[in-house]
Write a protein that binds this ligand. Structure first.
Ligand code: NI
Length: 410
């Protein structure tokens, strides 16, 4: 399809105008979802809410997983193109706090949308509305993925990928976003290649011998052994990993003992490993196991080691990253795009889609003082500046409607 420059400008103008038109609905949806959060893989009411809206807009609905759904719409312009857009819909087990959200604070104590997935869902519903308005101008087919369980292993993305539905629907490229409290609304953050790390978890339990704190000679003290293990783990990144490869080993929790005058019989530590390559993760895993078991052995204790592999790293494709940058610059001006100098070490199950399809993931600026939304992801006061819905929905809709990698129809 050939379109003139003027044609593009008119499409872009229409999309931004319509994202403004649907903005009040998106805000309403986001607040409804925010006050009714549901945990990973239990998003039943959320799914009902989403399906009802999509059905009214004329989408064909598929349900490859018990919660979440996939919506399909064929555009009016004949093209083999099949573009997928993804939003995650689950909430977290966090007791919410924050006056900025008083009107729509979580109605379920201990469960809250403190990672912005309420906004992702409302944003994709807004995008769905824009696309359904412009059905005749959509090249090929659009596939909208409302994904359950991003926050919990094995990850909803993995289940959807394993179901094979995306291949059946002919998906060719995929885009997704996450709110970012470090960026202002109106801006997006993206980078080529490595965007987010592979987050693995590990635990080490040391079985020693308990007794009276005043008679250490009769005990095997797991507190001392755990302390040795924590310090030795620090040498993995500094001594075993190529400095050119980014990696993190953090022990976030230690558990041992009940009182100041008792040597406990056992103790545990829990940590996370962040890497960008499976080989590096494998090397770190084996080093942790060796350090834990041999340190325990040298004290006459026994170590139990558990390692759980998390999502793969999110690695953006070049062409799709260029497309996001080009389309965002056409919509909002080149200053709206922040080229991230380095990746985030947090994880995302969007990586499963990128193992099967070309695509790109990016960050949607959502942090402002006005909305008290600079708090980190998973913070009890986490909030989003809702004006980012204008940026997010216009950008996602444009990624479907504009074909070229520089954001222009070709
Ligand atoms: Ni999240």
């Amino acid at each position: 399809m050939k379109k003139s420059e003027t044609g593009d400008i008119s499409i872009i103008g229409k999309i931004t105008e319509q994202s403004g038109m649907f903005y009040p609905d998106m805000v309403k949806d986001r607040r409804h979802l925010h006050s009714n959060p549901e945990l990973s893989f239990a998003e039943y009411e959320t799914t009902r809410f989403i399906k009802e809206k999509l059905t009214r807009m004329g989408y064909e609905i598929h349900s490859p997983t018990p919660t979440g759904c996939i919506a399909l719409m064929k555009g009016g312009i004949v093209s083999p193109k099949v573009t997928a857009l993804r939003a995650d819909i689950d909430a977290l087990p966090i007791l919410e706090d924050g006056e900025a959200k008083n009107e729509f604070i979580s109605s379920k104590p201990g469960i809250s949308h403190c990672c912005g997935h309420d906004l992702h869902t409302a944003n994709l519903l807004g995008t769905a509305a824009i696309l359904s308005r412009n059905k005749e101008r959509i090249p090929g087919t659009v596939v909208l993925i409302f994904q359950p369980g991003e926050e919990k292993l094995p990850g909803g993305a993995r289940l959807i990928c394993e179901s094979g539905i995306l291949e059946d629907l002919g998906v060719q490229e995929i885009f997704g976003l996450h709110t970012d409290p470090n960026l202002e609304p109106g801006k997006i953050g993206i980078r080529h290649g490595r965007l987010m790390a592979k987050p693995d978890e590990f635990a080490v339990k040391i079985r020693g011998k308990g007794g009276h704190a005043a008679s250490p000679q009769n005990c095997i003290d797991p507190v001392v052994i755990l302390s040795q293990v924590v310090l030795q783990l620090q040498t993995i990144v500094s001594r075993n990993i190529n400095p050119a490869d980014a990696a993190v080993v953090t022990v976030g929790k230690i558990e041992a003992g009940t009182a100041h005058n008792i040597i406990p019989a056992e103790g545990s530590l829990y940590g996370t490993v962040r890497t960008f390559r499976d080989e590096i993760a494998g090397e770190i895993r084996s080093r942790i196991e060796t350090i834990a078991t041999h340190t325990a052995l040298s004290y006459g204790a026994v170590a139990e080691f558990v390692y759980e592999s998390g999502y793969p790293a999110v690695i953006n494709y070049t062409d799709q990253t260029d497309k996001v940058i080009g389309v965002a610059a056409s919509l909002f001006g080149p200053d709206a795009v922040r080229h991230m100098p380095e990746p985030y070490m947090a994880g995302e199950d969007f990586s499963y889609y990128l193992q099967k399809f070309k695509g790109a993931f990016f960050f949607l600026g959502s942090g402002s003082t006005r909305a008290d939304s600079h708090h980190a992801w998973h913070h009890p006061r986490y909030n989003v500046d809702e004006t980012c819905l204008l940026t997010g929905s216009a950008l996602l809709a444009s990624l479907v409607m504009l074909e070229g990698k520089n954001g222009k129809n070709q």
